[in-house]
Design a protein around this ligand. Structure first.
Ligand SMILES: Nc1ncnc2c1ncn2[C@@H]1O[C@H](COP(=O)(O)OP(=O)(O)OP(=O)(O)O)[C@@H](O)[C@H]1O
Length: 259
């Protein structure tokens, strides 16, 4: 039987009078790669933060590994990895210092975290900056550090919020392969991004959040069957009722030209 690792029932979240999540329900099975998409401000990061226990004040039920996260211990967090959309790295630390620190937070022995982190950085092509301060890293290097830090403790579930921001095309190919291999090993991945062609290719299932609710949920093939448009980008435009890109672009440029 397919093991359900994550279940959300009737999740609702408000910020003041603004409703962000308005009754989201879903179940995620072990080994799935969920592409979690939706317009800016749809509530994708909010959902992920609730799942991680960072954001409270919601209604509904959230279970991870079968345990209600509002009542159970924090122990489940040891089995979770997270790449946040916006992250503060400790600029004064070196890659070595940061990654061994994160490894230790997750309960790894410092020498083992060092051994693992160094090889992962080498494999990601940034081994030469292992002992340089993060302040000197490029955007892509920082993103690679975040990805490595989310994986050091070999978690069961991964939450990736725009993980490939700043990665070059070759590194994106490596990252896609890493996701596929992790899922094949039974890791579960919750992947939120606006880069539709990557979501289309990598996800075993795509969930579209719109107006606080799930507007579509299925494989890319299923979404294609129920919507007349072809690419995921076109399906996204259709399901979110958006067709004014040309007109808005023209008006935008016209305002730019005003002097
Ligand atoms: N701490 C907060 N206080 C008030 N409003 C918030 C807070 N966090 C998020 N919001 C609001 O909740 C809505 C959803 O934000 P969220 O970051 O979850 O969207 P998102 O789908 O991840 O968007 P994007 O694609 O732009 O990253 C937005 O309108 C945002 O302004």
């Amino acid at each position: 039987m397919d093991e359900i690792l994550l279940s959300i029932k009737d999740l609702r979240k408000h910020y003041g009078s603004k409703t962000v999540l308005n009754g989201v329900s879903l179940e995620v099975k072990r080994g799935e790669i969920i592409g979690y998409i939706g317009p800016n401000g749809a509530g994708k990061s909010t959902t992920i933060k609730i799942l991680l226990g960072i954001e409270s004040g919601y209604s509904g039920e959230v279970k991870i590994f079968g345990q209600d996260i509002s009542t159970e211990s924090m122990e489940y967090k040891r089995k979770i990895g997270y790449v946040p959309e916006i992250a503060e790295l400790y600029d004064n630390l070196t890659g070595y210092e940061y990654l061994t620190f994160i490894g230790e937070l997750y309960g790894l022995d410092s020498d083992f975290a060092d051994f693992k982190a160094k090889r992962l950085m080498n494999l990601f092509g940034i081994g030469e900056v292992y002992h340089s301060r993060i302040a000197s890293y490029s955007k892509g290097m920082r993103q690679k550090i975040l990805i490595i830090s989310s994986l050091l403790h070999n978690p069961e579930i991964l939450f990736f919020d725009e993980p490939i921001n700043g990665l070059d095309a070759n590194s994106v190919m490596i990252f896609k392969e890493i996701m596929t291999q992790l899922a094949a090993q039974g890791k579960t991945i919750f992947y939120s991004s606006h880069i539709m062609d990557v979501v289309e290719k990598i996800s075993s299932r795509i969930i579209l959040l719109h107006d606080g609710k799930i507007a579509a949920d299925g494989t890319f093939e299923e979404l294609k069957d129920t919507n007349k448009e072809g690419s995921l980008e076109q399906i996204f435009n259709e399901l979110t009722g958006f067709s004014e890109h040309k007109e808005i672009g023209e008006r935008f440029v016209s305002v730019v030209g005003e002097m």
